[in-house]
Design a protein around this ligand. Structure first.
Ligand SMILES: *[C@@H]1O[C@H](CO)[C@@H](O)[C@H](O)[C@H]1NC(C)=O
Ligand SMILES: *[C@@H]1O[C@H](CO)[C@@H](O)[C@H](O)[C@H]1NC(C)=O
Length: 234
């Protein structure tokens, strides 16, 4: 049965040939160590990532998420302003807002965006109010942005029900949100603050103001109704 044999011989070739009709970028999901030093274009945004295997970006975290592939991690970065790069290890995808000098780590891969950055999901552009004096409290203000009044004129956003642990620069008791903001603005080293109001649930009123010199991952917190975060460059 020569034709049967022929088919058997030809099938593997067909199987190999079929993927050539699939777009090239779907085929070439980046992985380590093969993709070391290559670039990868995120298909949703066309962001151009440069990959390096065996390195880690210390600190500078914006958020952490779980993705089964490095490509998924790059997609998550492309969806999350102001992500500019990632560290990927296991299935943990650390989105970076700041890229510190990479350090050697065999189990980690890093990627950073080359050129202009497109974000798949722009953050809400809802303004926080006329100015921070009209801060409406939480949860109304969750996720609102102000692009004019942050420290040094950098954009900032309000996150309700979250906190940043560590990175404390100074703390002030008996302080309301606006005063906390003012103290952060006036402090060259302050990149954001957590405000723990006396009356949880509203975010307004006096409470404890923690100025931050470095922002860790924002975490959920019942007590801290307002955290505040600099969105700007770095
Ligand atoms: C992506 O960036 C790399 C490194 O800068 C560059 O060589 C490559 O041409 C870029 N790719 C595209 C499609 O722009
Ligand atoms: C990846 O390439 C960089 C730069 O060429 C090199 O320093 C690093 O050791 C390489 N990593 C791996 C895992 O080969």
């Amino acid at each position: 049965m020569p034709s049967y044999k022929f088919l058997l011989a030809v099938l593997p070739a067909l199987t190999l040939a079929t993927p050539s009709t699939i777009p090239r970028r779907d085929l070439q999901l980046p992985s380590c160590p093969n993709s070391n030093g290559t670039s990868y274009i995120d298909p949703t945004t066309n962001n151009n990532f440069t990959l390096t295997c065996g390195m880690d970006f210390p600190r500078g975290n914006l958020a952490v998420t779980q993705t089964s592939t490095l490509a998924g991690c790059l997609e998550a970065c492309s969806a999350t302003m102001p992500c500019i790069g990632v560290s990927y290890t296991g299935e943990n995808c650390y989105l970076k807002r700041k890229l510190n000098s990479p350090v050697s780590n065999p189990s980690v891969a890093i990627a950073s965006i080359e050129g202009p950055i497109i974000y798949a999901n722009q953050p809400e552009t809802r303004k926080c109010g006329e100015d921070f004096a009209s801060f409406e409290g939480c949860p109304t203000s969750d996720g609102c942005n102000d692009y004019s009044l942050g420290p040094d004129g950098d954009p900032m956003t309000i996150l309700c029900g979250r906190d940043f642990y560590g990175g404390d620069l100074a703390q002030f008791r008996n302080t309301d949100f606006d005063t906390c903001y003012g103290r952060c603005s006036a402090n060259h080293y302050c990149v954001g603050f957590s405000h723990v109001p006396s009356y949880p649930g509203t975010g307004t009123g006096r409470g404890v103001c923690y100025l931050k010199s470095e922002l860790a991952l924002p975490i959920h917190s019942e007590k801290s109704n307002v955290a505040y975060m600099r969105l700007a460059p770095y």
